[in-house]
Design a protein around this ligand. Structure first.
Ligand code: BTN
Length: 244
């Protein structure tokens, strides 16, 4: 365990902080651990990292891959967008003008910098966070679709430092969400979301639809305007993956 992991464990009251050189997915490892929440699993690379809507998440060396496991709570459907907002907050000290895209993306310009995948199992909620940090993106599949902190800032980042900065923002923010409720975060998140002009994709009545986010309500539901001009209201509950 690196020094940062020991500090994180003590300062944030985590029962366990586990680091792996390589895992299939930190979500899978976290799910199999017999530990008391909150706990954290992070890895240098993943062989089968996954994202929302069944997509894979490229997880070679150089990226940040972690899963924070907390206890489920009344408004746990709001964990996806609130965690994405918290990551936005944590990374804003490195990059200005990051875009928060509903329901789980952080973009720089039109390309993706980070994503969140929240999944529930039993009484637990695993918040998976992937951030492109030191990768160069020579991979054809990703070029033009993804960027990294390194590409944006033109320098290499110290992963320990980044994790030690980001995890407390996430842990404390999620505690606040549990205590104060989504209503507390809603105005900040809504304001950021409505400045994003990017198309979103979501499942609606078992079909994939894409459109533009026109509003986010205090109960977490989103109003999407489809290409054909109709408005649909997406229930926040469906954004939580896993055995819900
Ligand atoms: C997305 O943008 O669709 C979500 C990406 C989430 C990726 C992270 S990396 C750590 C954790 N383990 C996974 O397999 N996925 C999440």
């Amino acid at each position: 365990m690196s020094l940062s992991a020991v500090e994180l464990k003590q300062d944030l009251g985590l029962s366990l902080v586990e680091f792996h050189e390589e895992v299939s997915s930190t979500q899978e490892v976290a799910r199999k651990l017999d530990a008391e929440p909150p706990y954290l699993v992070y890895a240098r690379r993943q062989t089968t990292g996954r994202g929302r809507l069944g997509r894979s998440w490229h997880s070679e060396d150089g990226g940040l891959y972690l899963t924070l496991v907390i206890e489920r709570f009344r408004e746990d459907w709001s964990a996806t967008i609130t965690s994405t907002y918290l990551i936005h907050k944590a990374l804003s000290c490195y990059v200005k003008n990051l875009i928060l895209k509903w329901p789980n993306d952080l973009l720089y310009g039109k390309v993706k910098l980070a994503g969140v995948l929240a999944e529930a199992w039993g009484y637990l909620l695993g918040i998976g966070v992937g951030v492109n940090v030191n990768q160069e993106f020579l991979n054809d599949e990703l070029e033009g679709h993804a960027t990294s902190l390194r590409s944006i800032c033109g320098k290499l980042f110290d992963m320990d430092e980044l994790i030690t900065g980001l995890v407390p923002v996430l842990v404390k923010g999620l505690c606040e969400l549990r205590l104060k409720g989504f209503g507390y975060f809603h105005p900040f998140i809504r304001q950021l979301l409505l400045t994003s002009k990017h198309k979103v994709r979501v499942k609606y009545k078992s079909k994939m639809v894409s459109g533009f986010l026109r509003d986010l309500y205090p109960d977490g539901d989103a109003l999407i305007q489809t290409r054909k001009g109709s408005s649909i209201r997406i229930n926040a509950g469906q954004l939580l993956g896993g055995d819900t």
